[in-house]
Ligand binder design. Structure first.
Ligand SMILES: [Zn+2]
Ligand SMILES: [Zn+2]
Length: 475
């Protein structure tokens, strides 16, 4: 690894000249307001997973206007797209998300104030994610034209990250098979470009079918589907004692009957199982199905299950991550003006006591880190990272200390703080893509690292099995 690091450091000095790349930075800077408007348009019309028609169309149009060839509706998903410029190899991909979350509607103000009570909102910042990735793609395309660079730049429009697993179906359809390196980013409360992992995850709806009856007058004629759900959940909770330490299992009862005096004929619970290793997730999931079957038998009900989503853990790629980190340091973090600082202080004032954060943290770059342990959540980038060398960064689009999926995230994402953070990501992605076009030995080393990390005999098998994308999971 040390050798590789030396090589990359050397490239940093010799190969990655400032001359051409300075154009990327100034070009993006000049268009910051333009991309700010696009992100605001998507933020103002938050669309849920697989329903992101207008968001996807706007990003496609932006790419088309800039000279990309766009294929929409790929992998049998209406809002998924692949935009491409150039020919042949290397092929460098950048992923763009754009789905919103239900129930977190919020105005761009530093106190709780929904736009629409109970409405959707961009609490994961995917409006910034999509826009910055498109901005980076266009900037790389212009740089390729100006410098006669051979190869292909692609922007992947990947819908429904929040539980819909859009990338899984795009990866399974082979849309990424010829990509040499894949780049992505995520909005966050700090700037970081380490080589991190995440948790593999299978999420499933277990549906129980019984027999309705009057719960007092004829209880003996009823078969309670809710009993099925409760018996299953009891067993799953017992299982917690016998799973590896890093496992996470959580569930909600999505349907539990309508009235206490009617024996429920239908009930449903929605389970997640997560672990840093996809194989372990598969094993625990099998036990969960056994518990559901046992519960059905014991309650004289019938059980069916549907895998809603399944994603691999992120496979870090240190080779690419180091290039990304170098560029993030070059770009620098987010500096607030007076108004933004005030906004940030107000937001920080809403955090629970004990959350330590300061507006100045947005300007910092986190030290480079490699972590294979996988923690926190799951992402459908995971599947892509097992197929193509993949690297990402986080940029401070939210006030330091902000957690994802909160109104504070929506608020900052709808104003200049989010838009400034987004441009840090766009610049870092574009510089990294340019580096990869110029230095084929880096993508070669990244590919070797991927093969080594995949391990002997690895064959990709989507955790969602052969199901089609759950296009109506948010309807
Ligand atoms: Zn999210
Ligand atoms: Zn997200």
């Amino acid at each position: 690894m040390k050798k590789l690091y030396t090589l990359i450091c050397l490239l940093g000095v010799v190969g990655f000249g400032y001359g051409q790349d300075q154009g990327i930075l100034t070009g993006l800077e000049e268009k910051a307001a333009f991309y700010g408007t696009i992100s605001k348009q998507i933020w103002s019309n938050p669309e849920l997973g697989y329903l992101e028609t207008e968001s996807s169309t706007l990003l496609q149009k932006t790419l088309q206007d800039a000279g990309f060839a766009v294929k929409a509706g790929v992998a049998d998903i209406p809002t998924a797209f692949v935009a491409e410029y150039g020919q042949g190899s290397p092929v460098i991909g950048i992923m763009a998300e754009f789905d919103a979350l239900p129930g977190v509607s919020q105005q761009a103000v530093p106190f709780r104030e929904p736009v629409v009570e109970g409405g959707a909102g961009h609490a994961c910042g995917h409006h910034l994610f999509g826009t910055a990735s498109v901005a980076a793609g266009i900037s790389v395309k212009e740089w390729m034209e100006q410098n006669n660079i051979q190869g292909t730049i692609r922007v992947y429009g990947t819908p429904a990250e929040e539980g819909g697993g859009g990338k899984v179906y795009m990866a399974r359809a082979g849309l990424m098979d010829d990509v040499d390196a894949m780049l992505h980013w995520h909005p966050g409360s700090q700037n970081a470009a380490g080589a991190y992992s995440s948790l593999a995850n299978i999420s499933t709806k277990f549906r129980f079918y019984g027999e309705a009856s009057h719960a007092a007058a004829a209880p003996e004629r009823g078969k309670s589907a809710l009993d099925g759900v409760e018996a299953m959940n009891f067993m799953v909770n017992l299982m917690r004692e016998h799973v590896p330490q890093e496992t996470r299992m959580h569930y909600v009862i999505t349907r539990g009957g309508e009235a206490p005096n009617v024996v429920p004929a239908f009930a449903e619970s929605y389970h997640y199982v997560r672990h840093p290793d996809a194989q372990v997730v598969k094993e625990i999931f099998k036990k969960m199905v056994d518990a559901a079957e046992g519960a059905a038998q014991g309650t004289q009900t019938r059980m069916e299950y549907e895998i809603i989503n399944g994603v691999y853990n992120l496979l870090p790629n240190e080779t690419l991550a180091r290039v990304m980190h170098k560029n993030l340091e070059l770009v620098g973090g987010v500096n607030y003006d007076r108004e933004e600082k005030k906004f940030a202080e107000d937001i920080i004032g809403t955090f629970p006591a004990g959350v330590k954060a300061s507006p100045e943290d947005a300007a910092k770059i986190a030290p480079f880190m490699v972590s294979e342990k996988g923690s926190g959540g799951s992402t459908d980038v995971g599947d892509v990272s097992w197929l193509v060398p993949t690297a990402g960064l986080g940029a401070a689009t939210w006030v330091p200390g902000t957690s994802a999926h909160t109104w504070q995230a929506v608020a900052a994402g709808g104003m200049s703080i989010g838009q400034k953070g987004m441009m840090v990501a766009a610049k870092t992605l574009a510089l990294t893509a340019a580096d990869l076009f110029k230095n084929p030995e880096v993508t070669k080393a990244a590919k070797e690292e991927l093969t080594r990390r995949q391990g002997e005999g690895f064959e990709y098998e989507a955790l969602v099995g052969n199901r089609t994308a759950p296009l109506d999971y948010r309807k």
